[in-house]
Design a protein around this ligand. Structure first.
Ligand code: ADP
Ligand code: GN1
Ligand code: MG
Length: 361
């Protein structure tokens, strides 16, 4: 298969023993280029994950990698009691010049991770047990990073979850309508404008800044094939100072609906209450000890907010002509926006029950 990058040449730049055998694109992420690369190590096929960081999205990839290096080192020190540390924390392979990443002649930043075997990610949730395990793992992740030594981590994308600024970007995209698509998204634009007041609910809450993941999609946690445990939190590009609730909210967004993010049949998109309950219980099993009462109270709201935020980001990108998220078909970003707004509605219908549940936990 002809790859977009010369992965064989990149692989040579890392301290990985054995012979390069093959590489193939891997995963379903919207931003970076991910490859599974196989090496022959004394007759055994050993897999690694190689990633090219999208520097149009992450403007300071070196700073991003410093964050990743600090975070993985900190987590590894805490997991050293386990016999399988390199399955519980992402492990960076060093480059030939002893750094945690490699910059190629075209200015692309590359990293290589040990492949976590006997575990996998899921693009949509299959059971409440999975939801519980994922949320427990993300809560544990926040807990373990609470004592990350200073300095403050770099902001890899400034204002990443600043919903009012995301909304302002949408308003700008509607006004300029640069791809001439606004007439294709009238109901979605109306939905967004109607919900403007939602944007500031978390920022107005005077909540504590913590080290957070900021992209807690269900497919960013690996679940162990045998035990189902959330064995490793991955995709650390957006780990930076943030609010704990962004993380919980994104779990609700990506883990409570049985449908994929780009599902066209909107009747399949819904917030399943038992999944929400499993998420809340799983998250609180590790996070209850550090969350403030104000944070706990806003858990149900956070899902609606983040779902709205990602919906307006998809809509903005659709209107701008698909310049940010990878798309694989016409109208892909609009389809994604529609699932998000449908989910916001579904959450709104169940909000009172969600609050009652969280009050009881
Ligand atoms: P993106 O930012 O593009 O979403 P991810 O870092 O989430 O990229 O990786 C994409 C997919 O690759 C993940 O969903 C996961 O299935 C797989 N993956 C990433 N890192 C590893 C790893 N260390 N071991 C095994 N699979 C991995
Ligand atoms: C992107 O990289 P990936 O696919 O895990 C995006 C997230 C969105 C998500 C929507 C850096 O995440 O913010 O929530 O798509 N990451 C970035 O699926 O913008
Ligand atoms: Mg990912």
């Amino acid at each position: 298969m002809k790859l977009k990058h010369d992965v064989r040449a990149i692989a040579r730049q890392f301290q990985i023993s054995g012979d390069y055998m093959e590489a193939a694109p891997y995963g379903s992420g919207h931003i970076n280029d991910t490859y599974c690369v196989i090496f022959d190590q004394g007759g055994t096929r050993v897999r690694y994950i190689f990633q090219r960081i999208n520097h149009n999205v992450f403007k300071t990839p070196g700073a991003l990698m410093e964050n990743v290096q600090r975070v993985t080192t900190h987590l590894a020190a805490k997991a050293c009691g386990f016999s399988d540390t390199s399955r519980r924390v992402l492990t960076l392979m060093p480059s030939r010049d002893g750094r945690a990443w490699h910059v190629d002649a075209g200015g692309n930043h590359w990293r290589a991770y040990v492949f976590i075997e006997k575990a996998r990610t899921y693009d949509s949730v299959e059971s409440d047990k999975q939801a519980f395990q994922a949320a427990k793992a993300f809560g544990q992740f926040q807990k373990l990073l609470a004592d990350l030594p200073s300095p403050r981590l770099h902001d890899t994308i400034p204002d990443f979850h600043h919903t009012p600024r995301r909304f302002a970007a949408l308003e700008k995209a509607i006004a300029s309508d640069s791809a001439n698509r606004a007439q294709l998204a009238k109901p979605e634009i109306e939905f967004a404008l109607r919900h403007k007041a939602l944007c500031s609910v978390l920022l107005d809450g005077n909540l504590p800044e913590r080290v957070t993941h900021n992209d807690t999609k269900f497919n960013n946690v690996m679940l162990d094939d045998t035990t189902g445990e959330g064995i490793c939190v991955i995709d650390l590009d957006t780990v930076m100072p943030g609010l704990a609730l962004y993380d919980f909210g994104d779990m609700v967004r990506t883990t409570t609906s049985p449908a994929k993010e780009d599902e066209r049949d909107l009747s399949k998109v819904k917030m399943q209450f038992p999944m929400f309950e499993a998420l809340a219980r799983g998250y609180l099993s590790t996070a209850a000890e550090f969350l403030t009462p104000a944070e706990k109270k806003l858990l149900p709201v956070s899902g609606k907010l983040i779902t709205f935020e990602i919906g307006i980001r998809f809509l903005t990108d659709f209107l701008a002509g698909d310049v940010y998220f990878k798309v694989h078909r016409e109208g892909h970003n609009l389809d994604r926006c529609r699932t998000q707004f449908k989910l916001v509605e579904s959450i709104e219908q169940q909000e009172a029950d969600m609050h009652n549940l969280v009050d009881r936990l």
